[in-house]
Ligand binder design. Structure first.
Ligand code: SF4
Length: 354
């Protein structure tokens, strides 16, 4: 079911050059316990050749957003409203068959775990070649040559012989590279990478992120990078969207958000991760409490039960009763004044970050 609803207060982004435009997206799941509001009024734009990082804890709605873009939810229990425009086409309003074709040609996904994404029964080369045959009509010979070419592009040594290996013959890092080759084989214009490096050690993680950057330059793809790790987006993304309880709570360029974050939840994320140069004995500060139930989310600001700064808001009951709106451009959805945000960041948060 796809219907349009009006954005609550927040003007949607202008998005004139956007390759991907998400407008007031709402994704709800019907469960035996009730309706889960997994994404609740999300809008953002992404241009070709740019990377948008989406960060948040699990349950924040980031992965659900991306499965919606790819049309991968079960239609039985899912209601999606709003618009997801990919190159101007609303993908919430296309047939299953059209979606399958779009998934091969225009957009592709890199999953967190290559082991589950690659079949153990087929060679790596065959799995890279198959979507190429399906979406371009290439011959098997051409597709094999393309698979070898792609394995070379993602840095697999001796691709001509490794093309006939099975996934278990590859290391974890090589499997992740092979999955990236599979995702890029049809030159997708939009690439969705969901925690693409989480399962890898730090060195391989850095290599894979560098590879994504290089391939983006070559292919000019727009990339949505989903992660819980602000360190990953700092290295790769151009813009950043911080999500909490199915909503965007802060957005801006990566530089702006990491240099002067404005939202108490973003402060919490930053304080809970180790920073370069910080004392290894310095304890990390996890965000107090747990992410809210999306079956019955808190009223007002969804972060209020965990927020240590709510009492600084003039008439702090606003945090409990009034949902803060995320304005257009560089913005955060919080009732604190701009001056308060700046002062708290400088006096309280920066010392914690070291
Ligand atoms: Fe905290 Fe209130 Fe801002 Fe929400 S609106 S983040 S509860 S200060």
């Amino acid at each position: 079911m796809t219907t349009l609803t009006k954005t609550e207060g927040a003007p949607p982004p202008t998005g004139s050059n956007a390759f991907l435009s998400v407008r007031d997206l709402r994704v709800q799941f019907s469960t035996e316990e009730g309706i889960v509001k997994a994404v609740d009024g999300l809008s953002f734009d992404l241009e070709r050749g740019k990377t948008l990082g989406i960060v948040g804890e699990s349950g924040s709605g980031k992965s659900v957003t991306n499965l919606s873009i790819l049309g991968l939810h079960s239609p039985q229990n899912t209601t999606i409203t709003g618009e997801i425009l990919v190159d101007g086409q609303d993908v919430t309003d296309v047939s299953r068959k059209e979606m399958e074709s779009l998934r091969g040609n225009k957009m592709a996904m890199i999953f967190q775990d290559a082991l589950t994404a690659l079949s153990p029964y087929y060679t790596v080369g065959r799995q890279i070649a198959e979507p190429f045959v399906k979406h371009t009509g290439a011959s098997k010979k051409e597709a094999r040559a393309r698979a070898i070419e792609m394995l070379g592009k993602v840095g697999i040594p001796d691709p001509k012989s490794r093309v006939d290996d099975y996934p278990h013959q590859f290391s974890g890092g090589m499997r992740q590279r092979a999955m990236i080759a599979m995702s890029l084989v049809c030159n997708p214009e939009l690439l969705i990478a969901d925690e693409p490096t989480t399962a890898l050690d730090v060195t391989v993680q850095a290599q894979i992120l560098d590879l994504l950057k290089d391939l983006q330059q070559e292919f000019g793809s727009a990339i949505v990078l989903i992660t819980h790790d602000l360190g990953v987006v700092a290295n790769v993304a151009d813009d950043l969207l911080v999500m909490y309880a199915g909503r965007a709570v802060e957005r801006g360029s990566v530089r702006e958000v990491l240099k002067s974050p404005q939202h108490p939840y973003t402060w919490g994320l930053l304080s809970s991760m180790p920073s370069l140069g910080s004392d290894v004995n310095e304890p990390l500060r996890p965000i107090p409490g747990t992410p809210p139930s999306l079956l019955n989310p808190p009223t007002g600001c969804p972060f209020h039960p965990r927020c240590e700064f709510a009492e600084l808001v003039e008439n702090s009951s606003r945090c409990v009763h009034e949902r803060p709106v995320l304005a257009e451009g560089r913005a955060s959805a919080c009732h604190l004044t701009a001056q308060q945000k700046q002062q708290i960041f400088i006096e309280t948060i920066q010392p914690r970050l070291g």
